[in-house]
Design a protein around this ligand. Structure first.
Ligand SMILES: [Zn+2]
Length: 389
């Protein structure tokens, strides 16, 4: 049901010319079809934490090189001729392997290359080699002194994201906790690719994922504004110290993890304090229509679990973020370092992504931050030191 019929028609039209497709199609008129077999190389055992199932057009496809972990690079297309005959392997280095594996890249079945193509290395020998192009290259270029081959580069701590930089930042963060104590807020902000600052600056027909430079710039401006609001603007009160990190997810969108350590007079002390700044409920649609829509758009998790077992958050049959949570009449201090937020069974719910979601699916948020930034911003009261690491 998810297939686009127009797209399928287009692909069929393109493959009309493909000699392999014609051959496969003609199998339809072959007698004793039972004796034929077409093997496709598939593997359902992907680690979903590293290879998130593609849910948007930002990821086109994931190609798995073979299904046998022992021989994962022994790629081949297997053709079984007749029952009892030995299967024929079309190896990865055969000229027809690429057009068979990637028919849309080779719509007319072009082979492009073959094993006996003469090797042309004239251009390579004329190249001027630098220091870092590999041992063989350096020798080919005429270098005979061992100490001249290869060059070790140690990235300085001023290089963002380098080993020394990361080590320094970890030590800084640990020192901050040692001096100021446990964090009070854990805030996650995720870039919204449909912010109007992004969409208004796209050329016709372009999508946000075509312009990672624009997405990153707008995100950086918003993220800077939010850090100012939290620290200088004292949005949650007086901040004693903070640490934060920008990460780029697999799909290319930036997001931020922020920890705030508050001064004593601004610390969250009771369930009433939590309720004042953090909500985990769907707002009243009549009283707060804009906030209601933003929560529905950005702050509902899932559906996952029993409603949708294929959700990327599912690991071994469980949602790794523990949704849906239980209904709860009043906010309580939880056993671990996170409180259990109020999620009243008030009958409110919305139909979204093919499921009815109620307060059990709301990711905790701060209403005014959500209103101001129009993106996923998860705000949690936290007092765990683990988050800092
Ligand atoms: Zn989930």
């Amino acid at each position: 049901p998810d297939l686009d019929i127009d797209l399928i028609r287009k692909i069929l039209g393109i493959l009309e010319q493909n000699p392999y497709a014609r051959a496969f199609k003609s199998l339809g008129s072959v007698p004793n079809l039972d004796e034929y077999k077409i093997s496709l190389n598939t593997d359902i055992k992907l680690d979903q934490r590293r290879y998130n199932a593609p849910t948007t057009s930002q990821v086109a496809a994931i190609w798995v090189q073979g299904s046998d972990p022992q021989n994962c690079f022994d790629r081949s297309v297997v053709v079984h001729a007749k029952k009892g005959d030995r299967p024929l392997y079309i190896r990865a280095y055969y000229g027809c392997y690429d057009p068979l594996s990637y028919p849309l890249f080779f719509p007319r079945g072009e082979t492009g290359w073959n094993r006996w193509m003469p090797y042309d290395n004239e251009d390579i020998q004329d190249e001027d080699f630098g220091d870092n192009e590999g041992l063989v290259d350096t020798i080919v270029a005429g270098e005979s002194r061992g100490d001249r081959i290869g060059k070790r580069i140690v990235l300085p701590r001023t290089f963002p994201g380098g080993d020394r930089d990361m080590q320094r930042r970890l030590l800084d963060a640990m020192a901050i906790v040692q001096r100021w104590g446990k964090p009070d807020y854990f805030i996650t902000m995720t870039c919204n690719p449909y912010w109007e600052e992004i969409t208004h600056n796209l050329m016709p027909g372009k999508l946000p994922q075509d312009r990672p430079d624009l997405v990153a710039r707008v995100y950086k401006a918003k993220q800077g504004d939010m850090m100012d609001l939290l620290t200088k603007g004292k949005h949650f009160g007086e901040v004693a110290a903070y640490v934060h990190v920008t990460k780029y997810q697999k799909r290319g969108l930036p997001h931020e993890d922020i920890l705030l350590i508050m001064k004593t007079n601004s610390k969250l002390a009771s369930p009433d304090d939590y309720d004042r700044v953090i909500s985990a409920e769907i707002p009243d649609k009549e009283k707060h229509p804009i906030l209601h829509d933003l929560v529905v758009k950005h702050m509902l998790h899932g559906p996952c679990g029993e409603l949708k077992k294929s959700c990327p958050c599912m690991i071994e049959g469980q949602c790794r973020f523990h949704y849906p949570r239980d209904f709860c009449d009043a906010t309580q201090q939880g056993k671990d370092s996170y409180p259990i937020y109020r999620r009243r069974d008030d009958g409110r719910g919305v139909r979204i992504r093919g499921a009815n979601l109620d307060n059990r699916w709301v990711v905790p948020y701060n209403p005014s931050l959500l209103m101001r930034y129009n993106c996923h911003i998860n705000v949690e009261a936290c007092s765990s030191i683990k988050a800092v690491k």
